[in-house]
Design a protein around this ligand. Structure first.
Ligand SMILES: Cc1cc2nc3c(=O)[nH]c(=O)nc-3n(C[C@H](O)[C@H](O)[C@H](O)COP(=O)(O)O)c2cc1C
Length: 182
């Protein structure tokens, strides 16, 4: 799948088939995580691959509005290790770059995934720490629920000329007529 198409057609998928995600696919998802850019190339991250259905069900049960985790065959936790930062304060951006890489790679493989925000929600961070035994210096950042999709969502055109400025704030960008779908 072309990157342009993957970006335009990716949606958050919260319903999955039973079928497990193969090791080969998981390896490709991990490649996408590690390929992300990070400030000063510090890579201040750690990842937890969760195939244990008991842990996924516990996470889905204990965090409000995260029921999709109970049905997902795979979860991938993106954590920060702030002590590894070279540019102080940038770790949330580094982890977010890994997270978006992951979502696009999953979509390109025909998988469905959703980003479940953890940091800075203390309650969710606490649940993940407890269930997955994450030590104190590591910060759970986001949790990806992944599986073979059991729902399809259409692409959305979110292009918004009101949020574009040309050269200076407030000067409109001369928007061309846009196609609805990629
Ligand atoms: C930082 C962040 C946190 C999110 N947290 C959740 C979440 O806790 N639960 C959930 O169902 N979706 C979550 N999402 C997914 C968004 O709801 C979704 O991306 C948004 O509604 C746009 O839909 P789309 O991903 O299908 O394009 C999160 C997305 C981001 C970027």
């Amino acid at each position: 799948m072309e990157v342009r198409v993957a970006i335009a057609t990716r949606r958050s998928i919260r319903k999955y088939r039973e079928e497990p995600v193969s090791r080969q696919m998981i390896e490709q998802l991990l490649d996408a995580l590690f390929a992300a850019p990070s400030a000063m190339d510090a890579r201040p991250w750690q990842f937890v691959i969760i195939e244990d259905r008991g842990s996924l069900r516990a996470l889905g049960r204990e965090m409000a509005h995260c029921e999709m985790l109970s049905e997902a065959p795979l979860g991938v936790l993106i954590c920060a290790e702030p002590v590894r930062e070279r540019a102080p304060g940038f770790w949330p951006q580094d982890c977010a770059a890994a997270a978006e890489n992951f979502l696009l790679a999953a979509h390109a493989l025909g998988l469905g995934a959703v980003w479940i925000g953890l940091y800075p929600l203390e309650e969710r961070v606490g649940v993940v720490r407890r269930v997955l035994r994450i030590p104190d210096p590591i910060v759970p950042f986001s949790l990806m629920a992944v599986g073979h999709p059991a729902e399809r969502l259409p692409p959305e055109n979110r292009f918004d000329p009101a949020k574009l400025h040309h050269n200076q704030w407030g000067q409109p960008w001369p928007t061309a007529v846009r196609k609805e779908n990629p």
